[in-house]
Design a protein around this ligand. Structure first.
Ligand code: FAD
Length: 327
C-alpha cells in the first residue's frame, strides 16, 4: 500500500504479506549462533584474519595475521565486502555508490505498540524505514546521499542520531520516538557499496578449489533487502554442489578429489552468476529511483512507479534455491 502522509510518501508492507510472502527480521547474532550451533564444537576458529593466500599442490595455504598457516582442501571466501578471497580471484574492490545508511535497533521493556508492518518513507534523496522485529524490538534504517558530514558522523553515534532526526522533518510522533529511544551503542553508519553487475558476469566466482559467497561475491545496495538472503541462498546451493561432487569419495585420489571440488565449485558459480547479476542490478536501480532528486523522477516515483517499487522486493525474493539432502 502506498499513501501520502505529512506531504511525504510512505510504503506500508505487511510483515505477513499476501501471496505467501513473509518478511522476517532476523538479528545477525541470533542467525550466527543458530548456524554455529549446527556444527561440531571445534569447527570455528574465531579472531583469525586472513592476510594472504597461496597454493601448494592440491591445497590452498591460508596465511593468518598471527602467523598461522591453514591448509585447505577447499577455500570458500565469505569474508564480506572487503574480501581477501575475492581479491585473490581477481575482483576489484566494491564501488562506492555515493550513499550511506544509518541503522539502529531499539529494545522495549513492554510492547512497542507497532503493528507487524514494515513502514517505508522516501523523499528527495532520503529513505527511512521502520520494521518491528517482534513485540519488543524494532529495527530502523535511514539512507541518504553521502556528504562531507559523513566523516564527522563516523566518530559519533550522537551525531548520527541528531542527523537522522534533523532530516526526517515532520513524521508521525511514534516514528520519531523510535529514533529518540535508540541507545547510541545501537546505531551504526555504513557507506553503501556494490559490485558492478558486469564484473559478476565476466569475473571468476571460482578458480580451482577456491570460491566466494555472500557479500564477498555479490555486495549490493540494501534497497531490496536481499544481501543477507542471497548469502543464505549461496550457502544452500554451494553445499549441494560440493556434496554432489564429493559423493562416494572413499578411495578417491587427492588429484581426483581436487578435480571434483573444482567441478563442484564451477557448477555453483554457473548456478549463482545470473541470480547475483539480477539482484545487484535490481537493488541498484530501485535505490537510484527511490533516492533520486528532480521533478520528473519524483513524479514517476511517487505517482507512477510507487506500487511497482513496493512489489519488486517481494517479487525478487520469491526464489526457490531447492533443498539439501541430509545424506
Ligand atoms: C544498510 C544495510 C541494510 C541491509 N539490509 C538488509 C536486509 O534488509 N536484508 C538482507 O538480507 N540483507 C541486508 N543487508 C545486507 C547484509 O547485511 C549482508 O548481505 C550480509 O551481512 C552478508 O553476509 P556475509 O556473511 O557475506 O558478510 P558479512 O556479514 O560482512 O561477514 C563477513 C565476515 O568475514 C569476516 N572477515 C572480513 N575480512 C576477513 C579476513 N580478511 N579474514 C577473516 N575474516 C574476515 C568479518 O569479520 C565478518 O565476520 C543490509 C546491508 C546494509 C549495509
Amino acid at each position: 500500500m502506498v499513501c501520502n502522509m505529512y506531504g511525504m510518501s510512505f510504503y506500508l508492507l505487511r510483515i505477513y504479506c499476501r501471496r505467501g510472502h513473509e518478511i522476517r527480521c532476523v538479528q545477525r547474532r541470533i542467525l550466527l549462533e543458530t548456524l554455529a550451533n549446527e556444527l561440531p564444537g571445534d569447527t570455528i576458529r574465531y579472531s583469525s584474519k586472513v592476510v594472504s593466500i597461496d597454493g601448494s599442490g592440491y591445497l590452498k595455504l591460508v596465511h593468518l595475521s598471527d602467523g598461522l598457516i591453514l591448509k585447505a582442501k577447499v577455500l570458500i571466501g565469505c569474508d564480506g565486502v572487503n574480501s581477501a578471497v575475492a581479491k585473490w580471484l581477481g575482483f576489484k574492490m566494491p564501488a562506492l555508490v555515493g550513499r550511506s545508511a544509518i541503522r539502529g535497533s531499539v529494545y522495549y521493556e513492554h510492547s512497542h505498540g507497532f503493528e507487524p508492518k514494515s513502514l517505508r518513507y522516501f523523499d528527495e534523496g532520503v529513505r527511512f524505514g521502520v520494521v518491528p522485529c517482534n513485540d519488543t524490538s524494532i529495527y530502523w534504517f535511514f539512507t541518504f546521499s553521502s556528504s562531507s558530514q559523513n566523516e564527522e558522523m563516523e566518530e559519533s553515534s550522537a551525531k548520527m542520531k541528531q542527523f537522522v532526526l534533523g532530516k526526517l522533518g515532520k513524521i508521525p510522533d511514534n516514528m520519531r520516538a523510535v529514533i529518540e529511544k535508540t541507545e547510541l551503542d545501537d546505531i551504526i553508519l555504513s557507506p553503501l557499496t556494490f559490485r558492478p553487475p558486469w564484473e559478476i558476469l565476466w569475473g571468476s566466482i571460482s578458480k580451482t578449489n577456491v570460491c566466494v559467497a555472500g557479500d564477498a561475491f555479490h555486495p549490493m545496495t540494501p534497497d531490496i533487502g536481499q544481501g543477507g538472503c542471497a548469502a543464505l541462498e549461496d550457502g544452500v546451493i554451494l553445499a549441494r554442489c560440493l556434496g554432489e561432487a564429493l559423493r562416494d569419495k572413499q578411495g578417491m585420489s587427492s588429484e581426483e578429489e581436487y578435480k571434483r571440488i573444482e567441478m563442484g565449485l564451477q557448477s555453483y558459480a554457473r548456478e549463482r552468476r545470473w541470480r547475483a547479476f539480477e539482484l545487484i542490478s535490481t537493488a541498484h536501480m530501485v535505490g537510484y529511483i527511490q533516492q533520486s532528486n528532480g521533478r520528473v523522477l519524483n513524479f514517476l516515483r511517487n505517482r507512477v512507479l510507487a506500487t511497482f517499487l513496493a512489489r519488486l522486493p517481494l517479487k525478487i525474493a520469491s526464489y526457490d534455491c531447492g533443498k539439501l539432502r541430509a545424506s
